[in-house]
Ligand binder design. Structure first.
Ligand code: ZN
Length: 233
């Protein structure tokens, strides 16, 4: 039984690290709140109304991020726990076929059969469950994911990002609201994109361009819809 169980959707906090996850949350906060504000502004809503909508957007977005992250991390943890429990049972019930299974995994990766057998035996002797978790299930470190922590981190970073365009609503003169909020938000996005790329070891220029482009597109679309709805209502 060779289950090539690859965990395609590892949780992003554990995969790309703290800083990158924080950058992504802040990115979401900026894009969704700035788009909301620009859409309302384009629909010629009064500044007080725009601010209120922006604050509601921040709270709603933070809650939604927290709930989404909590559910995603919890189900990830459940899956890992269930996989490990099943593996543990299989190791108890049929240690021989589990040893064969591990041997085959190493053979498939290019190790000579006699050596693969030896590696499998030694790994099994040391800690069979850890060896199967890592090489069969793709669970590299058996640490339980923390749903509450992930939820709080997402909500906090989203709120921090959303606060930036909201601050611009307070600072900008009403007539200049849309250009100032969208311009400043694109600058924030570019800065965040650069920080995120730096942290992830990616190409800074390309990442910055990408994040700015999609942010600009999101604002353009909501501004367009805001203008349409604003003239219709
Ligand atoms: Zn196994």
């Amino acid at each position: 039984m060779t289950r090539l169980h690859v965990h395609a959707e590892r949780h992003r906090v554990s995969r790309i690290g703290w800083l990158r996850a924080a950058v992504l949350g802040a990115n979401d906060g900026i894009v969704s709140t700035a788009s909301l504000i620009v859409g309302m502004g384009a629909a010629a809503a009064a500044p007080g109304t725009v601010l209120l909508a922006g604050i509601a957007g921040l709270v709603a977005g933070a809650m939604s991020m927290a709930a989404g992250e909590y559910v995603s991390v919890s189900s990830q943890a459940d899956t890992e726990r269930a996989d490990l429990a099943r593996e543990h049972q299989e190791l108890n019930e049929s240690p021989e076929s589990e040893l064969d299974e591990l041997t085959h995994i190493y053979i498939e990766r290019g190790v000579d059969p006699p050596l693969a057998r030896k590696v499998a035996q030694q790994m099994t002797a040391k800690d069979a469950l850890v060896a199967h978790a890592r090489d069969e299930l793709g669970i590299s470190d058996i640490t339980t994911a923390r749903p509450i922590q992930a939820a709080l981190t997402s909500a906090a970073t989203f709120s921090a990002g959303a606060a930036l365009p909201l601050l611009m609503v307070i600072l900008a003169p009403p007539a200049m609201l849309v250009p100032i909020v969208s311009g400043a938000s694109l600058v924030f996005l570019a800065l965040l994109g650069a920080v995120g790329a730096r942290a992830g070891g990616a190409n800074v220029g390309r990442a910055t361009l990408r994040v700015t482009f999609w942010g600009a597109l999101a604002m353009l679309v909501t501004a367009g819809i805001g203008t349409l709805v604003g003239t219709a209502v």
